[in-house]
Write a protein that binds this ligand. Structure first.
Ligand code: NIG
Ligand code: FE
Length: 406
């Protein structure tokens, strides 16, 4: 057994039956001051006030938290970290005034990443992806959803998903895999979008499902990408093959994607930079987690999602990094939490829940991650002494992690 002692405050305690926080509950973060926590194997065994700490046995290992905070590692429910190279030239194009849509319309953007990925070996792609996983773990993330979507041919989509599977088998982080063949229309299908959708439904999804390479199916349902009708067809096909829908929607326009996602039982609907009453109404009463990606609003200069409106309507929200080479080249969930507070006016408690339990829910792992709960995976951060969780977001560039347990 491992015993963490001298915990200044143990934060993010959640009862086992609570799998997400919605509405006013998003403002609650339960904690114990002056605490201990025990770990058996890879699991949280027990915790409580220091006065109840069990005797240290000869085979036990003691970890001294030195008065720091202990919290669950962040969960990142939306990333595209399986990519090759980078897109620095487009970064410069953006500085010089081109928009994300203009870059994509010129054949850059996602198609540029698809060309790079095609020319990269599976081993090299694995190394590049693992380097990003290690970077994210070092910044406090313990669970990562990773999407395909830079293949855009059956062969290259399967290549990406095999790499993600290998990451899942070899990384200490909890990994979930999402098939995003409908991220853009592959070059060979330029001008033949319907035929590309046929390929996704008739060839890619059956191959992905039969090889057990993904848990989720995702579509980029937005202006200039896939329509709500095409999205519905792809999600239905995915569901028929045992994949659970997640979706990209309302980034570039009010796409109707939220409604399509909810109608198909999506676990999460993601982006949501542009939403109104209709999106909130569609989400009310559903099990779908709206997931906002402030890192891409920051990088692309887009509006930030109206998280407060969602919460005031009684909904929960999750935050994720969207780590990818085109719209959010960072997987730093602490920065995401800070953007949640600074740009979306979330309270530190709301942002904390959005980056831990609710993001775990949005990637289907809130039964094993995202909170301090007996029986959950002991993926924990020991922080330097902090006065409150607000300082994680407030001092957003000051290193705050003392030790990572994963
Ligand atoms: O979530 N919006 C679509 N897909 C990614 C960006 C992918 C890219 O530009 O490479 C996103 O922002
Ligand atoms: Fe994305």
């Amino acid at each position: 057994m491992r015993i963490i002692k001298n915990i200044g405050s143990l934060v993010g305690i959640v009862p086992p039956e609570v799998r997400r926080k919605v509405g006013a509950r998003m403002n609650e973060v339960a904690s114990i001051r002056d605490a201990y926590l025990t770990i058996e194997g890879d699991t949280i065994k027990d915790f409580g006030h220091s006065s109840e700490c069990p005797e240290v046995g000869s085979s036990d290992e003691v970890i001294d938290a030195v008065g720091g905070m202990v919290m669950p590692m962040f969960c990142d429910a939306h990333t595209h970290i399986c990519y090759a190279g980078s897109r620095e030239q487009e970064f410069i194009d953006k500085i010089n005034g081109l928009s994300y849509e203009e870059i994509a319309a010129r054949g850059g953007g996602i198609l540029n990443s698809a060309d790079l990925l095609h020319a990269t070996s599976e081993d090299d792609l694995y190394s590049q992806t693992m380097e990003r996983v290690r970077e994210m773990i070092g910044k406090g993330t313990g669970a990562i959803e990773i999407k395909s979507g830079y293949g855009l041919t059956t062969e290259d989509e399967l290549k990406m998903l095999r790499v993600i599977k290998r990451v899942k088998e070899t990384s200490p982080a909890i990994i979930k895999s999402t098939f995003l063949g409908a991220h853009a229309v592959g070059r060979a299908f330029s001008g033949r979008q319907e035929e590309y959708v046929d390929l996704v439904c008739e060839e890619m999804i059956p191959a992905v499902a039969s090889q057990g390479l993904a848990e989720y199916v995702d579509v980029f349902c937005d202006e200039g990408f896939f329509t709500p009708e095409q999205t519905a067809r792809i999600l239905e096909t995915g569901v028929n093959h045992g994949l659970i829908p997640k979706i990209h929607a309302n980034e570039l326009s009010c796409s109707g994607g939220v409604q399509v996602g909810v109608a198909h039982g999506a676990l999460s609907v993601d982006h949501l930079e542009r939403t109104g009453e209709a999106e909130i109404e569609a989400l009310e009463g559903s099990l779908t987690m709206p997931t906002m990606l402030p890192g891409s609003s920051f990088f692309l200069g887009l509006p930030y999602g109206k998280a407060k409106d969602f919460i005031n309507s009684g909904l929960g929200i999750a935050l994720a990094s969207d780590y990818n080479p085109g719209s959010s080249p960072s997987g730093d969930m602490r920065f995401v939490m800070a953007l949640g507070c600074i740009k979306m006016r979330l309270t530190p408690e709301q942002a904390f829940n959005a980056c831990t339990l609710n993001s775990a829910y949005a990637m289907g792992v809130s039964d094993i991650a995202g909170s301090i709960t007996k029986g959950k995976r002991a993926n924990l951060l020991i922080t330097k002494p902090l006065s409150s969780i607000a300082s994680i977001a407030y001092n957003y560039l000051t290193p705050f992690i003392r030790q990572i347990i994963i």
